[in-house]
Write a protein that binds this ligand. Structure first.
Ligand code: NIG
Ligand code: FE
Length: 404
């Protein structure tokens, strides 16, 4: 018995090392033991893997099969509600003004400190269900709404527990340096992150990555360097929120430290882009954030013209309330003017690179994890073309149908 076969798809599309997006018409994919064992035309694949001999089989006539989406940047674990800030922003308040008044991140911090670990697990599981329904099979989730040892650990434990109870693979990032708490200054708080929070997190093996909000009025380049270097000493790979509102030099720091990714990059200069090109840092663009804040989008074409593959992510958080990678792909095209093929590659293979997943995650190549989505459109181009609706129909994780 094979675990899973999807056949008769009007198109199977996957990024490969050789091409941005390789397509097969009337295609099929077979998954066994959790990994892709065959991808090609329906005739070829069903000869070796007949649907009748599969634990689950889907006739995908008229539909498209893609790799499961990888969302490499979220703050999906939180408590409380900030919908009123959304309305305030529509009336002209800025993100920074709200934060300076103790709202924004600091308001979510108060709610997360009050929540129990069980409530946090519940909250995250609910959000993961929505993500899954929109095709996400791997997601990164950051801490950073605790800003003290106890709550940062509580968040990361909740992330690990939600991962154990949900089909989506959840990758965890420690982001104690997400904001400066009200009662302290940035330098003293960085001391606390480096001397107290990081050792507590590392000792418990709770995070794979370490991230910092390198931004004017939050953490300087020097403070960010301290946090990320200390993280590296504890075996946590660096990521960075860089050059979102002001160009402080976060992209340069990412290159200097060999970070896995540099994210946002709205204000990056030609010089930043050149230095990213000569590095292994994956740029992660977050079109949903620009959409939510009604600011300009990151300049995706500047990266593409420099031949730098970019990833995209939802940045799902109380300030950017969208769990959907379908929507991120739609915005990458309709907002950042990326082509459908490059947006889908950015949401799959390159997104996996931003999370250091080198096992074929984000592709449908033989040997890759059996994570795929069946989308109710005749070819991949129709996915961003038909925006604002749910096109994802069925989601398969490790060869198991986990959403339909
Ligand atoms: O990536 N920039 C910092 N962090 C988030 C916002 C988090 C929040 O507002 O709660 C971001 O946009
Ligand atoms: Fe973020």
């Amino acid at each position: 018995m094979t675990d899973f076969v999807v056949y008769n798809a009007s198109q199977v599309a996957t990024p490969t090392d050789e091409s941005e997006l390789e397509t097969v018409r009337d295609g099929a994919v077979a998954v066994d033991d959790g990994v892709v064992v065959a991808v090609g035309s329906t005739d070829e694949v069903v000869r070796d893997y007949p649907p009748a001999n599969a634990t689950a089989a889907i006739d995908a006539a008229g539909k498209t099969v893609l790799p499961g989406f990888v969302d490499p940047h979220t703050h999906a674990l939180f408590a409380g509600d900030r919908a009123d800030e959304f309305t305030a922003k529509l009336r002209g308040a800025t993100y920074q003004e709200i934060l300076a008044e103790g709202g924004g991140i600091l308001r979510t911090v108060r709610a997360v400190r009050e929540a129990t670990r069980e409530q946090l697990v519940e909250n995250l599981l609910e959000q993961l269900d929505v993500m899954l329904a929109h095709g996400t099979t791997t997601v990164e989730v950051k801490s950073g709404y605790g800003l003290d040892v106890e709550t940062e650990v509580k968040m990361l434990e909740a992330i690990a527990e939600a991962d154990d109870h949900h089909p989506i693979d959840v990758v965890s990032t420690f982001m104690g340096a997400h904001a400066v708490p009200k009662d302290t200054d940035a330098d003293s708080y960085v001391d606390h992150v480096v001397e107290e929070q990081l050792p507590a997190v590392a000792e418990r093996g709770l995070a794979e990555f370490c991230d910092v909000f390198c931004e004017a009025g939050v953490f300087s380049v020097e403070q960010s360097r301290r946090v990320l270097e200390a993280g590296q000493e504890h075996g946590l790979k660096p990521k960075i929120h860089a050059d979102e509102f002001e160009r402080l030099g976060g992209a340069g720091l990412a290159v200097e430290l060999g970070a896995m990714s540099a994210d946002h990059l709205l204000q990056s200069t030609a010089e930043d882009i050149e230095s990213l090109r000569d590095s292994d840092v994956t740029p992660v663009l977050l079109p949903g954030t620009a959409f939510a804040l009604a600011t300009e989008y990151a300049d995706a074409s500047a990266f593409e013209n420099a031949d730098i593959p970019v990833a995209i992510a939802t940045d799902f958080n109380p300030n950017c309330f969208s769990q959907s990678m379908e929507f991120a792909i739609e915005l990458a095209c309709n907002g950042m003017r990326m082509s459908p093929a490059s947006a889908i590659r950015a949401a799959t293979k390159t997104a996996a690179a931003a999370l250091d997943r080198t096992d074929g995650t984000g592709t449908l190549q033989e040997g890759a994890p059996g994570d795929l989505v069946v989308v109710d459109v005749p070819d991949y181009e129709h996915l961003p073309y038909n925006f604002g609706v749910t096109n994802v129909e069925t989601v398969i994780k490790c060869g198991e149908v986990v959403h339909r």
